[in-house]
Design a protein around this ligand. Structure first.
Ligand code: GLU
Length: 497
């Protein structure tokens, strides 16, 4: 058994490039890393990989941090909170990379390449025409030192290439098992534009080493990068981390998840009113299987139950219906005060909620009666607009239950009006009792089938909501109050006149 101090600490990282919004794929990678760290008493690092100066923007870093926090994903070290191994933004680590680039150059494991775009392109075309897989032809791989010095002194444009050894690279991936690549196919890879401008493969390897990352858990799209990175690790004399490549996310037709088929940015889901708890629960099931029937998990449960060994290697289908289902579930469980607070911005944006127009208590009732139908928060406006509107727009035929005529509907509404005008106590319970009794009485007076409540309650419900589906007329009347209820009945009767 290993002695305590010999057991390597678990340290993982999420390393997004701030070149665009945080995607659901990236969020899942962050989540799996966070859970893996929690489960193993390890540390989770957030590192911003902004070496691509042209494409990186601060606003994306801000959005990534904001959205991860919103999801409830917490890191132990990162650009916003610092840590022992900082800085955590690659643009602030250029002197570190320079040191290692120089080391590789000195040891002749990397070299300056002066090939122009045109030369590289011509080489590419030539290899293609011969039917061989294109790779760098090694033109600058063995330039005399003097030529290199002269070219550099003249300011000739150059990049730094890493010598790829012609050998087989094997590694054991926690999810994919043993993986083998033929590095000979790769060709010498550009690792920096110059000493102060490292590129991804190089910076990632240096940082993972210096930040003592024990496990690299990332998306499958990086699997093919791993051999190059392993060769760099070996060249630099670093220790190799354990790899785990998460399965691709697929559309329901099993194509790769892409913007064309739906939203991929987490912010879009946030905006539509998906709850972070639901997204976390949904994302963890994209590739991970608890091995039981259970499918609803809180973050705390996941931190106990998650295990990387139960992550599948087959692509994970992004099924929006499942997300909607989970979101509906979490919406129904939210404390009403909190849910109301979450719905308010949507109601305001739809111009429905005007300050002072409705009391907090009534607003909560509106949300309470609507929540069973909600799959996402943005649906609240469409589900509850009639509570806020002064005038409802609907077709009078909607008032008819089955084959009722205009005058039958009119009688039904007048009957309801009378009952509701006389009701002493205006609360949900009493309204329900009175209207049920009224419905029985109305049916027997009119000779309608005994238990068919639609004859009285359908026209009333439509008069109050203007919709073919809504909460019950008792619930609506309770919230609207007597005055508005009677007014809406009168308006409906007028339409039938
Ligand atoms: N910065 C890389 C990306 O955003 C991830 C690097 C890695 O996880 O190795 O795709």
């Amino acid at each position: 058994m290993k002695k305590k101090e010999e057991i390597k600490k678990i340290r993982v990282r999420f390393a997004p490039s701030p070149t665009g919004p945080l995607h659901v794929g990236g969020s899942r990678t962050a989540l799996f890393n966070c859970l893996f760290a929690k489960k193993n008493n390890g540390k989770f690092v957030l590192r911003i990989e902004d070496t691509d100066v042209q494409r990186s923007e601060q606003k994306w870093t801000d959005e990534i941090i904001e959205e991860l926090k919103w999801l409830g994903i917490q890191w132990d070290e990162g650009p916003d909170i610092g840590g022992e191994f900082g800085p955590y933004k690659q643009s602030q680590r250029l002197d570190i990379y320079e040191k290692y680039l120089k080391k590789l150059l000195e040891e002749d494991k990397a070299y300056y390449c002066f090939c122009t775009e045109e030369e590289l392109e011509a080489n590419h075309q030539e290899q293609m025409s011969r039917g061989v897989a294109p790779k760098y032809d090694g033109k600058c791989a063995h330039l005399p030192k003097e030529t290199v010095q002269k070219n550099l002194a003249e300011g000739k444009s150059s990049v730094i290439r890493f010598r790829i050894q012609n050998k087989k690279i094997k590694f054991n991936d926690l999810i994919r098992g043993e993986v083998e690549f033929d590095a000979g196919l790769l060709g010498d890879v550009v690792i920096a534009k110059n000493l102060n401008a490292p590129l991804y493969h190089f910076a990632v390897v240096v940082d993972d080493f210096l930040m003592q990352i024990s496990h690299v858990i990332r998306g499958e799209e990086h699997l093919s990068n791993t051999p190059r990175q392993i060769l760099l690790i070996q060249a630099l004399g670093f220790e190799q981390p354990v790899y785990a490549h998460l399965p691709l996310m697929l559309n329901t037709d099993r194509s790769k998840l892409s913007k064309r088929q739906g939203d991929v940015a987490l912010a879009d889901y946030h905006e539509q009113g998906y709850l972070p708890e639901a997204l976390v629960n949904f994302m963890v099931l994209l590739g991970w299987n608890p091995g039981t029937e259970k499918e609803v998990f809180t973050m705390a449960q996941l931190a106990r139950e998650f295990s990387i060994e139960k992550v599948q290697k087959a692509g994970a289908v992004f099924n929006i219906q499942r997300l909607d289902f989970l979101n509906g579930l979490y919406i129904r469980e939210k404390p009403i005060e909190k849910l109301t607070e979450l719905c308010v911005p949507y109601l305001k944006e739809a111009g429905l909620l005007i300050a002072g127009q409705i009391s907090e208590a009534s607003l909560q009732k509106v949300i309470e009666v609507s929540r069973t139908r909600m799959k996402k928060l943005s649906e609240i406006s469409g589900l509850s607009d009639f509570f806020f509107q002064n005038k409802l727009g609907y077709d009078k035929d909607l008032l008819k239950w089955q084959k009722m005529s205009d005058s039958e509907v009119k009688d039904s509404l007048s009957f309801s009006k009378k009952i509701l005008s006389d009701t002493k106590k205006w609360d949900l319970k009493d309204l329900e009792t009175e209207l049920f009794a009224a419905s029985d009485k109305f049916n027997s007076e009119k000779g309608y089938p005994e238990k068919n409540r639609g004859y009285l309650l359908w026209p009333l419900r439509v008069a109050l909501s203007g919709k073919d589906s809504s909460p019950s007329p008792f619930e609506i009347a309770d919230i609207l109050g007597r005055e508005k209820t009677i007014k809406r009945i009168d308006e409906a009767i007028k339409m039938l006149a």
